[in-house]
Write a protein that binds this ligand. Structure first.
Ligand code: ADP
Length: 422
């Protein structure tokens, strides 16, 4: 995500802005029938993968090294092509992409031409079927996959590490970074239940716990006794279901009394290793639970995952939490990490006996913060005693019988993520 995103975002139409921040169909396809990569005169490289179903285009995915308008154009080109016969999709022109996006600033219109040309080239390539497994995916050139080219003065070791990271990241559709300005607001709870809700919506989901000082995800997901295992492709995440897997620093500890003592550069290295070595396979979403605050870990993750990525900021309604979240919002702005929205947790307590709502921590602080910061409020999760019990016993509270108080807010959050994402 480059600096160029910042001034130009305000000039984009709503359609273009949405796709520039959360491009649909982003990332490479593991198996495909047609592929092309083109570097335009502007220096941006775009890459398209196409998978056919009988006579129609079933899936198109893309990556780009370019900034917002480039992502918007690539994404719109994929949307226009899906479901069409190749001859028809090959007729998609620069003007069609621009029209569907509601236009672009003049100096970004070339991005639509690059998207149209790369799509056409991938269509021409149909029939030369190949598959891109996690080792062979050297064709990718997404923000992280542009790691395929060596940087000046880069050592062999650093180059290989960057390539490994790029290969993994280009198999992941959208990375969701769950952040909070302070601890104890329910960030891990939200991350765990969000991952569960996305998986229940049929998405392939990975849940990565990088809270090196207090990893709580394994307990919440009922895999506290899990230990890291390796195969020749990397570290194997612990499976919760067919489409939901978890990886946590806790799986590398011999006991839950073992502290993790590491500082800045070592933490960055550890997070790099997690991101590069965990063999998730293709994912629609990687949900990352970072430690609270705006320190090393969220910074490392945001720098390493590449795009598309977005932050979900969790807060409680009281003023002190709101002040911390404000810092978190500023942090995201400084590192150009798009904020998908705010989630207000512990938002009122519905008495199970009389049904009356008690506002233990005030109410609607997240609402006013969202308004003040001009950010969407994705949901308000009430206090549910069932969450505490489920968290401690290792059940997912979401979708579990008897936890209806949180099912609807999480389903709504997922619906808005899906509506804006893939
Ligand atoms: P954080 O990751 O922000 O430190 P956690 O997710 O670990 O916070 O939550 C802290 C505690 O609050 C946990 O015991 C958790 O079960 C509880 N909790 C979080 N959200 C809720 C909620 N909506 N209702 C009831 N308990 C909650």
């Amino acid at each position: 995500m480059g600096d160029r995103d910042i001034p130009i975002e305000g000039q984009l139409s709503p359609q273009a802005r949405e796709r520039s921040q959360q491009p649909r169909n982003y990332g490479c396809l593991k198996s495909f029938d047609g592929h092309a990569r083109i570097t335009g005169p502007c220096g941006d490289t775009m890459e398209f993968w196409i998978r056919m179903n009988a006579a129609h285009i079933a899936e198109v995915q893309f990556t780009t090294t370019g900034c917002g308008p480039s992502r918007a154009c690539g994404s719109m080109a994929t949307e226009l092509a899906i479901g069409k016969p190749p001859v028809e999709a090959a007729c998609i022109e620069q003007a069609d992409i621009l029209a569907a996006l509601g236009g672009l600033p003049e100096d970004s219109e070339h991005c639509a031409l690059l998207a149209a040309n790369t799509l056409k080239a991938a269509i021409e390539d149909l029939g030369n079927g190949k598959s891109c497994d996690s080792h062979a995916c050297g064709t990718c050139s997404s923000t992280t996959c542009s790691s395929q080219q060596r940087r000046p003065n880069e050592s062999d070791e650093d180059f290989q590490r960057r390539q490994a990271l790029g290969r993994r990241m280009c198999q992941i559709g959208q990375k969701l970074l769950v952040l909070s300005g302070k601890g104890g607001v329910g960030k891990s709870t939200v991350a765990a239940n969000l991952a569960g809700a996305l998986a229940q919506a049929g998405k392939r989901v990975g849940l990565l716990d990088i809270d090196v000082h207090g990893p709580s995800i394994p307990r919440m997901m009922g895999v506290e006794k899990g230990l890291a295992k390796w195969n020749e492709d990397g570290i194997l995440p612990v499976k919760i279901s067919d489409n939901l897997a978890v990886m946590s620093i806790a799986f590398f500890l011999q006991s839950d009394r073992e502290p993790v003592i590491c500082r800045g550069p070592r933490k960055h290295g550890m997070i790099h290793q997690f991101l590069a070595d965990v063999d998730w396979g293709p994912l629609d979403y990687l949900v990352v639970d970072s430690p609270p605050g705006t320190g090393d870990e969220p910074l490392s993750v945001a720098q390493l995952v590449g795009s598309p990525a977005g932050a979900l900021i969790v807060t409680t309604p009281q003023d002190v939490a709101i002040a911390d979240v404000r810092r978190c919002v500023t942090f995201c702005g400084e590192i150009s990490l798009p904020i998908l929205g705010i989630i207000e947790n512990m938002s009122g307590f519905a008495c199970p006996k009389c049904g009356e709502t008690i506002d233990l921590f005030k109410r609607d602080g997240g609402v006013s913060l969202a308004q003040e910061m001009d950010l969407p409020l994705l949901g308000q999760i009430p206090i549910d005693p069932g969450i505490v019990v489920a968290g401690d016993t290792g059940e997912s509270a979401f979708g579990n019988n008897g936890h209806t108080a949180i099912d609807k807010p999480f389903a709504d959050i997922v619906a808005s993520i899906l509506a804006n994402g893939s």
